[in-house]
Design a protein around this ligand. Structure first.
Ligand code: GLY
Length: 462
């Protein structure tokens, strides 16, 4: 947790941005795995953590903007809980630790809300993403579950996005630390990679490091020789010489901040010429992104640059043809990179995605593209100091997508399908770093993580 003043200041800034009404922040509940009392690792809601810092279930934070009053609703633990969990702070103690003056027992929340409703005052809440929260909110607010997404407060969403998008110095420090843990996960996999091992052995090794250095992984580990499947969570294959391994993973800090890196390398530690040629194109797109990312530049432009680098490289290799600038603009490169260049990173690995991606990554000036591939860019808006975004270009050979595009004669003026078919079975390559936008450019977060071909060849399996 940060100091009490951090949470007081965050709530104060939020209050200043809202015109009136009452704000509700729900803590996440425990989630059962296979029977009620056997639960998954507890994960607090990121906005609750941001404004209250408490990683505890069963709480609701209320901010009455009109009356300038804050209340923490929750129940003290009884002896039956304390026997199993040990002594626990009271709600009053918790509230005091984060500068909230008032507490009420949970059963009083409903009457409180009815009163606000009778006063015809606005109740702001963020879109709920867990079913238990949706059911709870639906009953509390007397709204149909299906209407909750639309009833969520756009004013609140925009205010929270404005705050959480700009990382403060103490948040950046947390991000740096958890990025280091993410780097350690990757280094362990690189050193431990050996022909004949199971992918699962490496995934487990990395996940252990995320638990030693933080509170676990920031998303389920992606580690596969079938890197052409963008989010491949299957780790059941035996590592084979000649194949490449795509590893996309990061850790989450106990304070709730995430890291997210991807590296791709040959299992046997030696790039073939074909692998190296494709790899160098992706690396160039990754490095140019670092060069070009700075305040004032829309990430859309940086994404377009990466798409163009990829189209240019593939044209030079003969997989694409014609005007590579036009090809990238029209979306022909998306046969190979069907995703965007990156996303906001922070307390969520896709930061605040649950509010609706467009609130986070787009604004009145920059709207999401409707073109396949470009439309998957999660963050297209102008970069500002304090933003943290991922830089993750890739090239993939997805057999099914190639079949469909070829059968539709799609972009035949730009794509040399005969040559592309020679790469079926190649897999996919992605290289991802986490970058902080500074006053003058950007900074790659975390300790150095090898990505040059010679650096990787020097470390894999050693
Ligand atoms: N690196 C995983 C993701 O961006 O979804």
């Amino acid at each position: 947790m940060f100091s009490k003043n951090t949470y007081i200041s965050r709530r104060k800034q939020l209050k200043q941005q809202l015109s009136g009404g009452v704000v509700l922040f729900l803590a996440n509940n425990e989630a059962s795995m296979n029977y009620p009392s056997n639960t998954y690792r507890y994960r607090q809601d990121s906005s609750f953590t941001y404004f209250y810092g408490l990683q505890i279930a069963g709480l609701v934070g209320v901010i009455d903007i009109d009356e300038d009053k804050e209340i923490l609703f929750g129940d003290d633990y009884g002896i039956d809980d304390i026997i199993w969990m040990g002594n626990q702070p009271t709600i009053k103690e918790l509230a005091t630790s984060i500068g909230v003056d008032n507490t009420q027992v949970f059963s009083e929340l409903e009457a409180y809300i009815r009163k606000v409703q009778q006063q015809n005052r606005k109740i702001h809440f963020l879109p709920p993403y867990r079913d238990d929260s949706r059911i709870f909110l639906s009953r509390l607010l007397q709204l149909p579950i299906e209407s909750l997404k639309d009833a969520a407060s756009v004013e609140l969403i925009k205010a929270v996005v404005a705050l959480r998008s700009i990382k403060t110095d103490e948040e950046i420090e947390e991000m740096e630390k958890i990025c280091d843990v993410g780097v350690d996960m990757h280094l362990a996999v690189m050193h431990g990679c050996q022909v004949g091992k199971l992918e699962r052995e490496l995934a487990g090794l990395a996940e252990g490091i995320s638990l030693s250095g933080g509170s676990g992984v920031s998303f389920p580990v992606i580690l596969s020789q079938n890197g052409e499947t963008l989010h491949n969570h299957c780790h059941e294959q035996i590592l084979q010489s000649g194949r490449m391994l795509l590893v996309d993973m990061g850790a989450e800090s106990v304070t709730g901040y995430s890291s997210d890196y991807t590296r791709t390398f040959p299992v046997n530690g030696k790039f073939t010429q074909k692998q190296r040629e494709i790899y160098e194109i992706v690396l160039e797109a990754n490095l140019e992104t670092i060069e070009k990312s700075r305040p004032g530049i829309p990430y859309w432009n940086v994404h377009m640059n990466a798409a163009t680098v990829i189209a240019k490289g593939l044209t030079e290799l003969g997989l694409m043809k014609g005007d590579y600038v036009a090809a990238a603009k029209e979306g022909a490169h998306a046969l190979f990179m069907p995703h965007g260049l990156g996303h906001m990173l922070g307390m969520d690995v896709h930061d605040m995605e649950g509010f609706g991606e467009d609130y986070v990554g787009y604004d009145d000036t920059y709207k999401r593209s409707e073109i396949f591939g470009h439309g998957s860019l999660r963050c297209g808006r102008e970069l500002r100091p304090g933003f943290i975004v991922t830089d993750e270009p890739g090239i993939y050979f997805i057999p099914q997508l190639i079949d469909i595009w070829q059968s539709e004669h799609k972009f035949e003026q730009y794509i040399n399908y005969d040559k592309v078919r020679e790469y079926i079975g190649f897999g996919g390559i992605r290289i991802e770093d986490d970058i902080l936008i500074t006053e003058s450019g950007c900074k790659v977060l975390g300790k150095p993580l090898p990505k040059q071909v010679d650096e990787l060849e020097a470390i894999i399996g050693k």
